[in-house]
Design a protein around this ligand. Structure first.
Ligand SMILES: [Zn+2]
Length: 219
């Protein structure tokens, strides 16, 4: 049991990042990410872990500075003793209109690393914790909230695991295992309703807490 893993929880974007919000501005990505990370870190700390908020600032701290903070700790304690989870909400467009894409997914950098194990643990937890969202999805799809090809928990099985792969800066430039979660779409009305509900917020918090718990207790 690895209680000595340092967890960096990265709230995506900042108050000054343009365009990262729902069309009606009821959900602001930087704010939602901070609320999620605050609650996740509180739960992880209560469980006895060294969980840290990577960006306590409200502003959009540059990705290079976010990575510098992580790598400084990696250099101190060893990169196998640190993980990063960057928390975001997805978007299908940037024209300020509601869309019909929806769902949850997780990203790693290309190739197989420990981050793929971490991503799979969080993905499995998402399938458990997002039950209320998953159960409602077909009905909402029927009502037109989601287009035909949408699924509640997205996966890319092309390389044998469920995470998507992308060369996102935070994933490429941190030395330790790093994943980036996209918790539902900020430009889908049904997704935003779920994210803003107490039940939805708790489900997103819980899937991160449970997924990381699985990882740190099994490596
Ligand atoms: Zn984002």
């Amino acid at each position: 049991m690895s209680k000595n893993i340092i967890e960096y929880w990265d709230p995506g974007h900042g108050v000054d990042t343009a365009g990262k919000c729902s069309p009606d501005r009821s959900l602001l990505e930087y704010k939602k990410a901070r609320e999620l990370v605050k609650d996740i870190v509180a739960k992880r700390r209560a469980m006895g872990y060294d969980a840290r908020i990577l960006v306590p600032e409200e502003t959009d701290v540059p990705l290079s500075e976010r990575c510098r903070r992580v790598n400084e700790t990696c250099n101190k304690v060893g990169k196998d003793k640190v993980i990063v989870i960057s928390v975001h909400c997805n978007a299908a467009g940037s024209d300020g209109k509601w869309k019909t894409a929806g769902g949850w997914c997780v990203y790693t950098s290309p190739g197989q690393t420990k981050a793929d194990i971490l991503a799979t643990d969080i993905w499995n937890a998402a399938n458990e914790c997002l039950k209320p969202y998953i159960d409602r999805f077909p009905i909402l799809k029927e009502q037109g909230a989601y287009d035909k090809k949408q699924v509640p928990i997205r996966a890319d099985w092309s390389d044998g695991d469920p995470d998507y792969e992308a060369r996102f800066y935070i994933l490429m430039h941190t030395q330790c295992p790093a994943v980036l979660t996209e918790s539902l779409f900020q430009d889908n009305k049904a997704d935003v309703d779920f994210l803003l509900s107490p039940e939805g917020h708790k489900a997103i918090v819980d899937l991160h807490v449970a997924g990381v718990e699985k990882y740190v207790t099994s490596i």
